[in-house]
Design a protein around this ligand. Structure first.
Ligand SMILES: *Cc1c(COP(=O)(O)O)cnc(C)c1O
Length: 374
């Protein structure tokens, strides 16, 4: 059985975790601080706040940006549902903008067409690991007083015009789920360029606790004292998880290199095959390929998907357009709203893509797939 994605865990990763288990801090200790520092350095030198998942990161990011009832959040339907649901759960109206036909990334022209003075956030997704077009999105956000959010669950380690993911949007969210570019088991992080937003994100993920005496509404209490000014949750990541993350970060370059090699091997073998379409890469983007999304033309996606699965190749489909989910559809979002995303969905299959995949594994996928479409 060949999964579409899986973690790569080394002996060093295991040692890093067991060292924490033997130590003094299981959570909210030095490994958390060290991991947040390292993620921040990787992501453009901005403050990073670690958390329990990529979904938690999105919730924290929208909360930190002040998203609430009366606000609109513009996003792509070609994503995991959390990109949209974390805005909806805060009371915002989600507005879907269609994707570019080739990259499946949010189309700046479609965003331009739907922004209003109620738009609070434009949330792009670096689908498959390829950064969205932030230089086109940022001026649109600025023109209506909105912020940009990059859901970089797929793309950490990648660059856009030479700038690292984390430095592209006002706020960036990461996921460290096992299939992603690095893992902490479950986990995620928010990176914010504005230190005030980063601090709000931090407080939201720590029950709203304010520790800075300068900001206290009441003074004269002892050093145990803290205040809560706004409601928050406990989304803190443990030292156990952060130790794994720190160890995995040392391997991120090697992971990315291998993902790039696998992409090149698939591209070379599949680009000329009738009935298939290989992923698009813009010249100014160096992706951290998280997925290999091949497109099966001629209405044969289901047949090919079932054929691959029957051969023990556990492919996936990324993603079901988010506005098709009953939670949105029952609220009036209609099919046909985003035709490019919907067509992409009808054709897409995510082939196995993870660093420990061997060339022989890749060749088996290529051979099986080309036979199925022949
Ligand atoms: C994985 C993922 C998330 C959510 O991350 P979790 O860690 O699974 O909660 C959000 N957005 C995208 C695009 C993802 O791929």
């Amino acid at each position: 059985m060949l999964p579409y994605g899986r973690q790569s865990i080394s002996d060093d990763d295991i040692e890093a975790v067991t060292a924490i288990l033997r130590g003094d801090w299981l959570t909210t200790g030095p490994a958390v601080t060290a991991f947040e520092t390292a993620v921040g350095e990787l992501a453009g030198g901005h403050r990073a706040v670690s958390c329990t998942s990529g979904t938690a990161a999105l919730h924290m990011a929208y909360a930190g940006l002040g998203v609430g009832p009366g606000d609109e959040v513009v996003t792509t339907p070609m994503t995991f549902v959390a990109t949209a649901s974390c805005a909806a759960i805060l009371g915002a109206k989600v507005v879907f903008a269609d994707v570019e036909e080739d990259t499946a990334l949010i189309d700046p022209a479609a965003v331009e067409a739907v922004v209003t003075d109620r738009t609070k956030v434009i949330a792009a997704v670096d689908y498959a690991g390829h950064a969205a077009d932030y230089d086109a999105l940022q001026p649109i956000a600025d023109s209506v007083g909105a912020k940009t959010l990059g859901d970089a669950a797929h793309s950490v380690g990648g660059t856009y015009k030479g700038r690292p993911v984390g430095d592209l949007a006002d706020v960036t969210t990461l996921s460290f789920f096992p299939t992603k570019n690095l893992t902490t088991g479950e986990g995620g992080a928010v990176v914010a360029k504005d230190p005030a937003i980063a601090q709000r994100v931090h407080e939201f993920h720590h029950i709203g606790v304010v520790r800075d005496p300068e900001r206290f509404e009441h003074t004269g209490e002892g050093s145990w004292y803290y205040e809560v000014h706004e409601h928050g949750l406990n989304y803190r990541l443990t030292d156990i998880a952060c130790a794994l993350g720190l160890s995995q970060l040392k391997r991120l370059d090697a992971f990315k290199k291998r993902r790039t090699e696998i992409t090149a091997r698939y591209n070379e073998a599949l680009a000329g095959v009738d009935g298939l379409r290989t992923p698009t890469q813009r010249d100014h983007v160096d992706p951290a390929w998280h997925l290999y999304p091949v497109r099966v033309l001629g209405g044969r996606r289901r047949e090919v998907f079932d054929g691959l699965r029957a051969a023990g190749i556990l492919v996936q489909v990324n993603y079901i357009p988010v506005h098709w989910q009953p939670v949105f559809a029952n609220a009036g979002y209609q099919r046909g709203l985003c035709p490019n995303a919907e067509q992409f969905y009808r054709e897409e299959i995510s082939l196995p893509m993870f660093p420990d995949l061997t060339d022989a594994d890749v060749d088996r996928v290529i051979e099986t797939l080309t036979k199925l479409v022949a």
